[in-house]
Ligand binder design. Structure first.
Ligand code: AMP
Ligand code: GLY
Length: 426
């Protein structure tokens, strides 16, 4: 089968790498891809929002499955467009993708189905949001309702910071339309975990757990980013907590999406806070997480293409996925300055040396080919991913690999997976 993968980030490189190993794969096309995906298949020069061109390409090239990586095309309804053209597509419909693209919609689904989450109120008028935040003298979380590349959430310990954040979103429009509606949420305390599940609208197949590191700085300090590193599994998710997550979060959400007339198909990603009172949902994403996908797929032994087809065909109850027992750690190397302004075009060296260490994959995220060299082209540049016998071994290997790679002003967190190691030592 020919497959067309849409996207160009680290997540897509990991998906392309895994799909390229499938026994049923004929040709893998990646639109537009990056220099990393070029090693797994054929990059084609079509952007992720050029829907007509993507569909024409898929028809002309006998594509049997389209796999959609990022959230923007999903929320624009790219899956509906492919299906209308008679091509299977992995991902939710545009209506179902609103579970990520509209946090107010997600809250409504959660409330209607008693899914545990933080208390919140939705505002469309700044003066009302301001009055509400000022009336509370505790920490608040301000969230842009729309898509903001993982940067639309401000955790504010002081109400005055909350008002500033709301003003930036609603009046200064720093996230454009995405911040026209905001949510003001209670702050939850605990450790976070990313729970990704394949969902075919009836069946739920939970993948191995992961933990992301959203803040830019060591010790979870500074502004949020798209994710600075991840590891899998997340020891904080014990068997008992996983049962609770399935029973209290995943099952009622998938049922609720059916009842709402927006059945869910694809990967459902629940961002969960493990609080003292049990797991609470922070957000849903309608796609694979980035960078969580890198360590999760590094551990997947089974055929990803088969699992994706089962998701599209409603036969997830017929599959079993095998996992490498060894943990994996992914350290993101970013451009200095990210998530603020940063320079691009820095020549990257040492990737082959890093991969020669063994059990290391360097997934490309923000890179491009220029004059025969690979250069940085985005905020998050590489996801250096390693497997190890223990999570400490995987961490040591990942950082050993990072040391081999160079580009000017490269920045990375030094503490990816520390939390998991401390937890294990207890
Ligand atoms: P979200 O995009 O909604 O997952 O939010 C991004 C990050 O902000 C999360 O991964 C958390 O670290 C933090 N966050 C979001 N909502 C809350 C909350 N209610 N309480 C505490 N932290 C939160
Ligand atoms: N790593 C967080 C996300 O993919 O949204």
């Amino acid at each position: 089968m020919n497959v067309l993968l849409v996207g160009n980030g680290g997540r897509e490189h990991a998906i392309a790498w895994k799909l390229s190993k499938s026994k049923n794969l004929s040709k893998l096309f990646i639109a537009p891809g990056n220099p990393g995906t070029a090693k797994c298949g054929i990059n084609i020069d079509i952007q992720t929002n050029e829907y007509d061109k993507l569909i024409r390409f898929a028809k002309d090239n006998n594509v049997g499955l389209a796999v959609i990586g990022p959230e923007d095309p999903l929320s624009d309804g790219i899956v509906d467009m492919f299906e209308k053209a008679g091509i299977k597509a992995f991902g939710p419909s545009g209506a179902a993708a609103q579970i990520e693209a509209d946090k107010a919609f997600a809250k409504k689904i959660m409330k209607a189905n008693s899914v545990p989450t933080a208390e919140s109120k939705t505002f469309e008028v700044f003066s009302e949001a301001k009055a509400y935040i000022a009336s509370r003298d505790e920490a608040v979380v301000i969230k842009a309702a729309g898509l903001a590349k993982g940067k639309g959430v401000y955790v504010c310990d002081e109400p005055s910071d909350g008002i500033n954040a709301a003003e930036k979103m609603m009046c200064d429009k720093i996230f454009g339309k995405a911040g026209a509606t905001i949510l003001v949420e209670d702050k939850l305390l605990g450790q976070e975990a990313s729970i990704l599940a394949l969902v075919d609208s009836k069946n739920i197949y939970v993948l191995e757990t992961a933990q992301d590191h959203k803040a830019i700085g060591d010790g979870d300090t500074g502004p949020n980013t798209g994710g600075m590193g991840a590891y899998s599994p997340a020891p904080v998710v014990t068997e008992k907590i996983m049962e609770q997550i399935i029973r209290e979060i995943l099952v009622p959400t998938v049922d609720g999406m059916n009842r709402n007339g927006t059945p869910y198909k694809g990967v459902l990603y629940a961002g969960v806070m493990i609080t003292q009172g049990g797991p609470r949902t922070l957000e849903f994403n309608a796609r694979f997480g980035d960078p969580e996908t890198q360590p999760i797929l590094a551990r997947l032994k089974s055929d990803l293409l088969e699992a994706m087809l089962a998701t599209c065909d409603g036969t997830l109850d017929k599959i079993t996925l095998e996992w490498d027992e060894r943990p994996a750690v992914c350290v993101v190397m970013a451009s200095g300055g990210y998530p603020g302004d940063y320079e691009k075009g820095k020549v990257i060296t040492g990737v082959d040396e890093a991969e020669k260490l063994g059990d290391v994959n360097v997934f490309h995220a923000g890179t491009e080919a220029k004059d025969g060299k690979v250069v940085s082209s985005g905020g998050r540049v590489l996801g250096v991913t390693a497997l190890g016998k223990t999570i400490a071994d995987a961490q040591a290997k990942a950082y050993q690999a990072v040391e081999k790679i160079n580009f000017e002003k490269a920045y990375y967190r030094k503490d990816i997976a520390d939390k998991a190691i401390k937890k294990n030592q207890r």
